[in-house]
Design a protein around this ligand. Structure first.
Ligand code: FAD
Ligand code: NAI
Length: 465
């Protein structure tokens, strides 16, 4: 095989692409991965999951110390100061360590990193930095980027997107977040904890679309208690950036009188869109759907034989772990094995405090799908560990089919909800009933006991409420 010929070339090295590359190489395929960024790891490691979680962790520590929460535990602080530079330093260290780790794994697995932007020149060929490469299989894993909002141009100074919001050199006094989704609430939490007065402007009548209705209501209540101002059913119609602040024009989503809001910094976080620009998909005989996504079958094949696609660029939730699982599955399918992802059981987590996590159907979706449902709820305040840790906000909700008792969905608001949801996902993957969870012995004292009790509550038998 020529040096420029491969069994598989993966375009994009995010959690979808790099995982696909590693699995393909493990399965004995001659593998290359194209990445136009200077470091591997995609959105997730460079400007997404990892840096946002670094700042969420750091800002949580600061808030705990600053608000006197630590003093309640007998940990007294004095001369407390915020060193934002050091916080950013630790964030950058995390990115460097993890992206370097992927580079190490590429070398270890003998994966060729083709540096530059890939574009198709034919069904079986791409060009990267002036060189042509051929492969028996291509995997498009080009991910997604920020959806722009017409009339609100991101300048990365006053009007920022999720990337520039991670890099603010100073804590703004006021911040408006456009979009009450995952990014707005996570990054809004970071800057609120560090001292900004944060207003969330959301087009819909509630924040966190797609989540269970009761969870959305509880989340809004808790965020307000934390000091967020929530302006739901409101749309932004324009923005004017001045030297020190931005003037936003907003009006009711249903139409009506407009008003202005001033903020030192505005974060645009109204969603993400698939990256296909410059790929020359037409040269490969491929087209995108109305939402700009590349459609695939259940095995991640596009309509063009030999071209596959995974991750944020295809339909489905835009989540790193969904992309990773698809990366493993696509490599196994290319190698002639059977790679499967169960899209019914993909957990999602918002890493605020408390964390908000869910897997499977919401109560509303379960009913709309024709299920008669039984639900069980257990408050974190009645969980001994959470209460002791002063983490009593939130609840666990189990949604089961009333006829079969099979668990259809689990929704959690709890300080460690993101960790707790893994157990629910595993139970659902095994087709568990609420009774299966209720009769599984859970270690005491753990937050996870709340899931057991919520499962017990499906049949009305929790112990601690
Ligand atoms: P990406 O990670 O977007 O990677 C695609 C890569 O392809 C990019 O590096 C890009 O440079 C490269 N590329 C694109 N086109 C080309 C081309 N033509 N040639 C060469 N290279 C190309 N998800 C979670 O599950 N948990 C979280 O906590 C979380 N936090 C997030 C926080 C933020 C602020 C953001 C923005 C996103 C977050 N996400 C989170 C979403 C997550 O980052 C994405 O779902 C995930 O990265 C998608 O993986 P991917 O492999 O499909 O694409
Ligand atoms: P999102 O889809 O989560 O939220 C966008 C919000 O903006 C929605 O509530 C929507 O109704 C609102 N909106 C849309 N247009 C609007 C307008 N003109 N004015 C006011 N509100 C408007 O998108 P977000 O937060 O940008 O995140 C993008 C993706 O990144 C998500 O799909 C998510 O999957 C992923 N992500 C995941 C994280 C996690 O798993 N913890 C963290 C961050 C991002």
């Amino acid at each position: 095989m020529a040096e420029t010929d491969f069994d598989v070339i993966i375009i994009g090295s995010g959690p979808g692409g790099y995982v696909a590359a590693i699995r393909a190489a493990q399965l004995g395929l001659k593998t290359a991965c194209v990445e136009s960024r200077e470091t591997l790891g995609g959105t997730c490691l460079n400007v997404g999951c990892i840096p946002s979680k670094a700042l969420l962790h750091a800002s949580e520590l600061y808030e705990e110390a600053h608000s006197g929460m630590l003093a309640k535990w007998g940990v007294k602080t004095s001369g407390l100061e915020l060193d934002l530079g050091a916080m950013h330093g630790t964030r950058l260290e995390a990115i460097k360590g993890l992206t370097g780790g992927i580079e190490f794994l590429f070398k270890k697995n003998k994966i060729t990193w083709l540096k530059g932007h890939a574009k198709f020149t034919a069904k079986d060929a791409i060009e990267v930095a002036g060189t042509s490469y051929k492969a028996k299989n291509f995997v498009i894993a080009t991910g997604s980027s920020v959806t722009p909002l017409p009339g609100v141009e991101v300048d990365h100074q006053r009007i920022v997107d999720s990337t520039s919001a991670l890099e603010l050199a100073k804590v703004p006094e006021t911040m408006v977040v456009i979009g009450g989704g995952v990014i707005g609430l996570e990054l809004g939490s970071v800057w609120r904890r560090l001292g900004a007065k944060v207003t969330v402007v959301e087009y819909l009548d509630q924040i966190l679309p797609g989540m269970d209705g009761e969870v959305r209501k509880e989340a809004a209540k808790l965020f307000k208690k934390q000091g967020f101002a929530l302006r739901t059913s409101t749309k932004v119609t324009g923005a004017k950036a001045g030297a020190d602040s931005v003037t936003l024009t907003v009006e009711p989503a249903a139409g009506g009188a407009s008003e202005t809001i001033e903020a030192e910094v505005v974060l645009v976080s109204i969603g993400r869109r698939p990256n296909t620009e410059g790929l020359q998909l037409d040269k490969a005989g491929l087209a995108v759907n109305q939402r700009g996504q590349i459609e695939t079958d259940h095995e991640f094949r596009t309509p063009v034989p030999g071209i596959w696609a995974i991750g944020d660029v295809i339909p489905g939730p835009m989540l790193a772990h969904k992309a990773e699982d698809e990366g493993i599955a696509v490599a196994e399918n290319i190698a002639g094995l059977t790679g499967i992802v169960n899209h019914e059981v993909i957990p999602s987590v918002v890493y605020t405090m408390p964390e908000i996590a869910g897997v499977g159907l919401t109560e509303e979706d379960a009913k709309a799908a024709g299920h008669e449902v039984k639900t069980g709820k257990f408050p974190m305040m009645a969980n001994s560990r959470a209460k002791t840790n002063r983490e009593g906000d939130g609840f666990v909700k189990v949604i089961a089919d009333a006829r079969t008792d099979r668990v259809l969905g689990v929704w959690i608001i709890a300080s460690v909800g993101g960790t707790m949801i893994a157990q629910a996902a595993q139970a659902m993957e095994f087709g568990a009933t609420s009774e299966d969870i209720a009769y599984t012995c859970h270690a005491h004292p753990t937050h996870s006991e709340a899931l057991k009790e919520a499962a017990m509550a499906v049949t009305g038998k929790p112990i601690h409420v």
